[in-house]
Design a protein around this ligand. Structure first.
Ligand code: NAP
Length: 262
C-alpha cells in the first residue's frame, strides 16, 4: 500500500523520544520530510541526525516548550522557513504528573491545561492556514487509553486526554468538508521512558520490584506484553497518511487488547 507520504511535510511535537520519535521515524521511512519539536535541543539534534541517517529523509528540529503560546508560534515560523508547507500534524506532549485529586492545587491544573490541552488547540490553529493552502491535511493526536477507561492515579491525564478526544471529534466534523481528517491514537502500555517512570512510581508505592509491576501489567494485556514504539507508530502513521481517505473522528486504542470496554 502506498501511504501517499512521499515529500509530504509532517510536524511531530514531543518528537525527540518515545512515541513521538517512533512516529517521526515511520513518516521519514515513508519519504516524508519531518519537523520535530520538543524542549531539549541537544536531544532533538541527535534524534534528527539519527532519523535522517536511517531514512535518508530531511529531518529538521526546533527547541520549544509547547506549553507556551510563543513557542508554538516559533515552531510554525520554523516550519514556514524550512519547508513553506505542512501536510500532517501529530500532536503529542509530555505526560502530566501522576497523582490523585488531593495531590493537586489550581496551579498544577492550569499548567497541565496549557501543556496537554491548550497546546493542541494552538497547534491545530497554527496548522490550518498551511492545510488550507494545499487543500487538505491530516491531524493525529496522541492521547492515552484513559479516553476510554480512566487510569488510577493519573487524574490529570484522565481529564485532559478526554478533552483532546472531544476536541478531535468536533474538529473532524468541522474540518471534513475541507479535506482535513482528524483522528486520535491512544497508547496502552508502549515501552518508553514514560512507562518506565510510571512503573517505577508504582513499584515505590507498593514495595514491589519494577519487574513485578511490569509482569503484573502484562497479565492485564491479552497480547501478553508491552507494545513497542514501532508497533504504535505504524497505526498512527496510517491514520495520518494520504492512504487514509475515509477514517476521521475516530479514537484507536493501541493497547494489545488491554481495555475491555466495547
Ligand atoms: N508510552 C505509553 O504507553 C503511553 C501510554 C499512555 C499515554 N502516553 C502519553 O503519550 C505521550 C508520549 O509518551 P512517551 O511514552 O513517548 O513519553 P516520553 O518517552 O517520556 O517522551 C516525552 C516527549 O515529550 C517531550 N516533552 C515533554 N514535555 C514537553 C514540553 N513541555 N514541550 C515540548 N515537548 C515536551 C520530551 O522531550 P523534552 O523533555 O526534551 O521536551 C519527549 O520528546 C505522553 O503524553 C504520555 O503520557 C504514553
Amino acid at each position: 500500500m502506498d501511504l501517499g507520504l512521499k515529500d509530504k511535510v509532517v510536524l511531530v511535537t514531543a518528537g525527540s523520544r518515545g512515541l513521538g520519535r517512533a512516529v517521526a521515524t515511520e513518516y521519514a521511512r515513508e519519504g516524508a520530510k519531518v519537523m520535530l519539536a520538543s524542549r531539549n535541543e541537544q536531544e532533538l539534534a541527535k534524534t534528527a541526525r539519527e532519523i535522517a541517517a536511517e531514512t535518508g529523509s530531511q529531518v529538521e528540529f526546533v527547541a520549544a516548550d509547547l506549553s507556551k503560546r510563543d513557542a508554538v508560534d516559533a515552531v510554525y515560523a520554523k516550519v514556514g522557513e524550512r519547508f513553506g508547507r505542512l501536510d500532517v500534524l501529530v500532536t503529542n506532549a509530555g505526560g502530566p504528573p501522576a497523582g490523585t485529586f488531593d495531590n493537586f492545587e489550581d496551579d498544577v491544573w492550569e499548567q497541565t491545561f496549557q501543556a496537554n490541552l491548550l497546546n493542541v488547540v494552538r497547534l491545530v490553529r497554527g496548522a490550518l492556514p498551511y492545510f488550507r493552502q494545499v487543500g487538505g491535511g491530516r491531524i493525529v493526536n496522541i492521547t492515552s487509553t484513559s479516553i476510554k477507561q480512566p487510569i488510577e492515579g493519573l487524574i490529570l491525564s484522565n481529564t485532559f486526554r478526554a478533552g483532546i478526544n472531544a476536541l478531535a471529534k468536533s474538529l473532524s466534523v468541522e474540518l471534513a468538508p475541507e479535506g482535513i481528517l482528524v483522528n486520535t491514537v491512544a497508547p496502552g502500555r508502549i515501552a518508553t521512558d514514560r512507562i518506565t517512570e510510571l512503573d517505577g512510581l508504582r513499584a515505590a508505592a507498593t514495595g514491589l520490584t519494577q519487574d513485578d509491576v511490569r509482569v503484573g501489567n502484562e497479565r492485564q494485556i491479552p497480547i501478553g506484553r508491552y507494545g513497542t514504539p514501532d508497533e504504535f507508530a505504524r497505526t498512527a502513521v496510517f491514520l495520518g497518511s494520504y492512504a487514509n481517505t475515509y477514517v476521521t473522528g475516530q479514537a484507536v486504542l493501541i493497547d494489545g487488547g488491554m481495555v475491555r470496554a466495547l
